[in-house]
Design a binder for this molecule. Structure first.
Ligand SMILES: [Zn+2]
Ligand SMILES: [Zn+2]
Length: 138
């Protein structure tokens, strides 16, 4: 798919040309605090599918070994994308145009959820084994 997107002020713009590797809803404490939200919608794309322009700053919110490198707009502070590892970029559907393509396949970090969600997708207590988690389901 082809997507474009931008931060709240428009100084940072990005383009995506590729398919998401996985689409998740993340309930981890790091995302909850960074976004001041109970959960975030996260679509993970291969790094080569993602292109960004504009001044961003990399912040890391916690000292956890797996803490995502979060890239924010220097002007408005919008969290534009994450870089959990070098080979992927995490994109937030609410910043994208169009924004109606997101189909969550799973919830991750369900064990630290702030609110319950009723749907029929798997709820991993941390995350699937193929991403280095325990694979345990709620
Ligand atoms: Zn901005
Ligand atoms: Zn998270």
């Amino acid at each position: 798919m082809k997507l474009s997107g931008q931060c709240a002020c428009g100084n940072v713009q990005f383009e995506i040309d590729g398919e998401p590797l996985v689409q998740t809803i993340c309930h981890c404490p790091s995302c909850q605090k960074a976004h001041a939200a109970p959960m975030i919608q996260a679509a993970i794309f291969p790094a080569e599918a993602f292109r960004v322009e504009g001044a961003t700053r990399c912040i890391t919110v916690t000292d956890e070994p797996r803490a995502a490198r979060r890239h924010i707009c220097q002007a408005c502070g919008t969290k534009v994308f994450n870089q959990p590892v070098d080979s992927v970029r995490t994109v937030f559907p609410s910043l994208c145009t169009p924004n109606d393509w997101f189909k969550p396949e799973m919830h991750i970090y369900w064990s630290t959820r702030v609110v319950d969600v009723v749907d029929d997708t798997p709820k991993y207590l941390d995350f699937p084994e193929r991403f280095g988690g325990t694979g345990k389901l709620a």
